[in-house]
Ligand binder design. Structure first.
Ligand SMILES: Nc1ncnc2c1ncn2[C@@H]1O[C@H](COP(=O)(O)OP(=O)(O)OP(=O)(O)O)[C@@H](O)[C@H]1O
Length: 478
């Protein structure tokens, strides 16, 4: 392995061992894997008797194995590898006249085979497939280990993400498992759930030497997309007085985070697919290809599967992106996080505004617990900052929360579809009075008996609610 390859920039995370008695073939195979595949975590073995010891010593995950070798022939070595190292994948590289034997090797457990004269494209595609399978297998193993022990190896990486939710913890465990892989990660979830924070965590976990470069691709037309990502050479178009490096190059060996990927135009989707598949791109106006060294992380609040089925998102790109996928739960699916986040944002806002942290009324937790937070954590953060900007001393006023939540409930009512089937067509309708009583009961239950909050939920004043409750109590006692 070359000295410039460090644990952080190894690609793939496990080693690829090439075993062949011909030094010249080992050299040319290494070159193809490096130049065409972008792989740098390579080991060569020219004496088949040393292969098993190398597999035991080095972190080998995939072996490219010649069939015809002195000492231990390839077929024999394959048997020993599958027996002693069942987790290591093997691809057979055979001569033209050995296809039958190569097929037999597949039955013995080899992943695939290629004849030595196979054109480079097919060979690289086969190795890529094997690498992806192997990465997924290793990640599954790591996931299983983590779930069984319920541990995080690097909890400090997640410290900016305030949560005590089990689902979020599983997301963190999953991210730790996929962090060493060079494959893309698709982060999905509603707007404001913290997808960008997750992208930062993925970058930190990966230990990659380069930067994290974030690009919001929503609304970029195809030319701007290509220019932003790939850069241009001087004179590439009118006004291009200077060459400019694109975001892909700025990310170096780090992470390129493409946000709002669900809004990418069809033309730009083709460019992104080519970048991920070939690992190569051309700056505008240049005919010299460059290689991407960064890992790609993408995020979207849209349902990509749905978009793909509707023909608005390329299927091949979708499959390429979702090799590793995490869904960040919405805030209403992890309501236990609301008090924690509120406390965090109030403290943050207090520091920023040079105020002392207020006492939070108990009713506020109940009020927020009953709200659906369409804007998720971003919305809660904005509410906390707004309340703090108006706060003077002592107990935090709930007014700004009430106002914002009422406002949101109204706009939600206006825009939402009146499609929910509340009533079964074969049942008699309840009377208005019965319905009103049911609503009042539900609001009182949700507000844990707090009339001020229940009245907000019902959209009536507190005295009006109080009057209704009194009447209800009188009716039932008479
Ligand atoms: N768990 C969390 N802990 C602390 N802050 C959070 C958390 N989740 C989100 N935030 C904060 O909420 C705001 C929105 O988060 P972020 O931009 O990561 O959301 P997003 O999912 O990427 O949104 P969009 O889809 O609109 O791009 C940011 O200020 C972020 O710091």
């Amino acid at each position: 392995m070359s000295a410039s390859v460090t644990p952080a920039n190894r690609n793939p995370g496990f080693g690829i061992l090439m075993v062949d008695d011909e030094a010249s073939f080992l050299r040319s195979l290494s070159m193809v894997l490096e130049r065409r595949g972008g792989y740098n975590h390579l080991y060569r073995c020219q004496d088949s008797r040393d292969a098993l010891a190398m597999i035991a010593r080095e972190p080998i995950g995939l072996v490219l194995l010649d069939l015809t070798m002195p000492h231990v022939p390839g077929e024999e070595l394959l048997k020993q590898i599958t027996e002693q190292h069942p987790g290591v994948g093997v691809i057979i590289i055979s001569g033209l006249n050995q296809v039958e034997k190569a097929v037999h090797c597949i039955r013995l457990g080899a992943f695939d085979y290629f004849v030595k004269t196979t054109e480079e494209d097919r060979l690289i595609e086969g190795v890529r497939r094997a690498v992806e399978m192997q990465e997924m297998r290793l990640e599954n193993q790591a996931m299983r280990r983590k779930f069984l022990t319920d541990t995080l190896e690097r909890p400090e990486v997640f410290s900016p993400i305030i949560t005590r939710d089990k689902g979020m913890r599983s997301v963190f465990q999953y991210l730790e498992s996929v962090a060493p892989s060079g494959q893309p990660v698709l982060v999905s979830g509603e707007s404001g759930v913290g997808k960008e924070l997750i992208a930062h965590a993925i970058h930190e976990l990966s230990n990659r030497p380069g930067r994290l470069v974030c690009v919001n691709v929503a609304g970029l037309d195809d030319n701007v997309f290509a220019d932003t990502l790939f850069g241009h050479s001087r004179g590439a178009f009118t006004g291009a007085d200077q060459a400019r490096v694109g975001m892909v190059e700025q990310a170096g060996e780090g992470t390129l985070f493409l946000d709002e990927i669900g809004d990418l135009s069809m033309a730009s989707q083709v460019k992104l697919l080519r970048l991920l598949q070939e690992g190569e791109y051309y700056p505008l106006g240049s005919d010299k290809p460059k290689r991407i060294r960064a890992r790609v992380v993408v995020a979207t609040h849209r349902d990509l599967e749905q978009k793909q089925l509707a023909g608005e998102f390329r299927k091949d790109l979708y499959y390429r992106l979702r090799i590793h996928q995490v869904e960040i739960p919405s805030l209403r699916e992890r309501k236990g996080d609301i008090p924690l986040l509120l406390d965090h944002f109030l403290a943050e806002a207090a520091t920023e505004l040079s105020k002392s942290k207020p006492t939070v009324p108990k009713e506020l937790a109940v009020l927020l617990d009953n709200y659906s937070f369409p804007g998720n954590v971003r919305e809660l953060r904005a509410l906390a900052y707004d309340a703090m900007s108006q706060h003077r001393t002592g107990v935090l006023s709930m007014d700004s929360f009430r106002r914002a939540l009422d406002q949101n409930s109204i706009s939600r009512d206006v825009t939402s579809e009146p499609s929910i089937a509340f009533f079964s067509p074969d049942q008699p309708l309840p009377t208005l009075q019965e319905m009103a009583d049911m609503l009042v009961d539900e609001a009182m239950r949700r507000s844990q008996g707090n009339q001020s909050i229940a009245s907000s939920l019902l959209g009536i004043s507190q005295p009006a609610l109080s009057k209704r409750l009194k009447k209800k109590a009188d009716d039932s006692s008479s």
